[in-house]
Design a protein around this ligand. Structure first.
Ligand SMILES: *Cc1c(COP(=O)(O)O)cnc(C)c1O
Ligand code: SF4
Length: 430
């Protein structure tokens, strides 16, 4: 039988029976903070993921429900004062727009810098930053089965049209791939591409498979559907078609890399997610996992060790631990680089080599993916040791470099180069 998908938003969340039992002040803060950050949960998240005996501390609750401390006290007071009526809709909208823009919605120059050109025109909905891999944002995949409170893609959901970017037609993508033999990977992302009906998603995949470019080796899907709606692979009306589409990718000699976002071991416990993982693996796809490191949700080495070990047990391959970007509620979710390295190392020391395929902690910056390799001493001074795992300029990759130690630094732009005026990559034009 099909599991019925039921979504709840800011307008309807008070109908959730479990929510009705929460204290009034939590309901009010959800309503206030939910005006700034997009909010959407579903019946799976409510009934199977969140442990309501553990709310408000439950990680899956914090992962999806707006939290009071996600706004600075000033912004919170402002929003709280217009929550519950009195102010005109226009006033609220204007105020919200200012707050959004101050939250740095498109970090790392995403919109401006990485849109490639096709015959001199911008190819909207595609990003090409690293030689081998292009990102594709299908327009029908610009939403998710539930929304993460920490998500850096939230401007795509909040309805400021000028901030959106997405691809409407597949032909230009195929033309672009034809002209770029250096591309071996196409990564579908969003939002969540698996909110698309199989038929729609298949129109992209089939076009790529039909073109049959020898240089195209891997199709990747970046998704949180396993975590937020595993029934996508079990009982949805087109679930079997989706799995057949996955199998077809392998039959055509391409690799399907299923890039699953899991933030906490709790997301791996339900029968539904375990069955879904098994079904996906049966198609020949490999599931690789990634997550940001998030204060208040998963900022303990033990959580990561448990999560990675559990993933290996289920046949998944741990891939990336990301440092959260300088956008949105960074003061709530942010973890300093020094602490991030401690957590990564603490987890790594307590897992089998099979789970040590995880790499991190990583900042996805304008220049590239920068890994914090560690903290050490150089000429009597404490330093960060860093390296690029991916870079705009491939010659930067795996070249260790140093920055002055700073216990509070959260992002690359807060670091000072050690013993030099600038980092080696800053002198080159980007
Ligand atoms: C992370 C990322 C990729 C993929 O990098 P891999 O190291 O191959 O996983 C591709 N494009 C962009 C813009 C990215 O941030
Ligand atoms: S599933 Fe991904 S894109 Fe969607 S809200 Fe969560 S982090 Fe953002």
């Amino acid at each position: 039988m099909q599991k019925e998908y039921k979504a709840y938003t800011l307008q309807t969340f008070k109908k959730i029976p479990q929510v009705q039992k929460l204290p009034e002040e939590i309901l009010f803060s959800i309503e206030a903070v939910g005006k700034v950050y997009p909010f959407r949960v579903n019946n799976y998240v409510i009934d199977e993921l969140i442990d309501w005996d553990n709310v408000p501390d439950d990680p899956c609750f914090r992962m999806t429900f707006p939290q009071k401390d996600m706004l600075t006290p000033t912004n919170y007071d402002e929003i709280a004062s217009v929550t519950g009526g009195g102010s005109s809709q226009e006033d609220i909208k204007d105020r919200l727009k200012e707050i959004y823009l101050a939250l740095n919605p498109h970090p790392a120059g995403q919109l401006e810098e990485n849109v490639p050109l096709l015959d001199g025109n911008r190819l909207e909905g595609v990003q090409h930053k690293y030689n081998e891999t292009i990102l594709v944002f299908p327009s029908q995949g610009q939403t998710c089965h539930a929304y993460c409170s920490f998500c850096f893609r939230w401007p795509q959901f909040v309805g400021i049209d000028s901030l959106k970017f997405s691809m409407r037609r597949v032909d230009p993508l195929i033309q672009y791939l034809r002209q770029h033999p250096e591309v071996s990977d196409v990564l579908f992302t969003g939002g969540d591409p698996l909110v698309m009906k199989t038929k729609v998603f298949a129109s992209y995949i089939d076009a790529i498979l039909d073109a049959d470019f020898p240089h195209l080796k891997t199709i990747r899907i970046g998704t949180k559907a396993l975590s937020y709606w595993p029934y996508r692979f079990l009982t949805d009306a087109d679930a079997d078609d989706l799995l057949r589409l996955f199998a077809k990718i392998a039959e055509k000699g391409k690799h399907l890399a299923f890039m699953a976002n899991f933030n906490h071991p709790q997301e791996l416990k339900t029968d539904a997610v375990r069955k879904a993982i098994a079904r996906i693996r049966d198609t020949g796809a490999e599931i690789r996992t990634q997550s940001p490191l998030l204060a208040n949700i998963n900022d303990e080495a033990r959580i990561w060790a448990d999560m990675w070990a559990e993933q290996v047990t289920l046949g998944c391959i741990p891939y990336y631990m990301f440092i959260v970007r300088d956008t949105g509620a960074q003061h709530y979710f942010g973890v300093p680089l020094a602490k991030a390295w401690d957590i990564f190392r603490g987890a790594y020391q307590n897992i089998s080599g099979l789970a040590r395929t995880a790499r991190g902690p990583i900042m996805s910056t304008t220049y590239g993916k920068v890994q914090v390799l560690g903290i050490n001493e150089l000429q009597g001074a404490k330093v960060f040791v860093l390296q690029f795992l991916q870079a705009r300029d491939p010659s930067w990759v795996l070249r260790p470099f140093f920055a002055d130690y700073d216990a509070n630094a959260i992002w690359l732009d807060e670091l000072e180069p050690f013993g030099e005026k600038s980092f080696f990559f800053e002198s080159k034009p980007v």
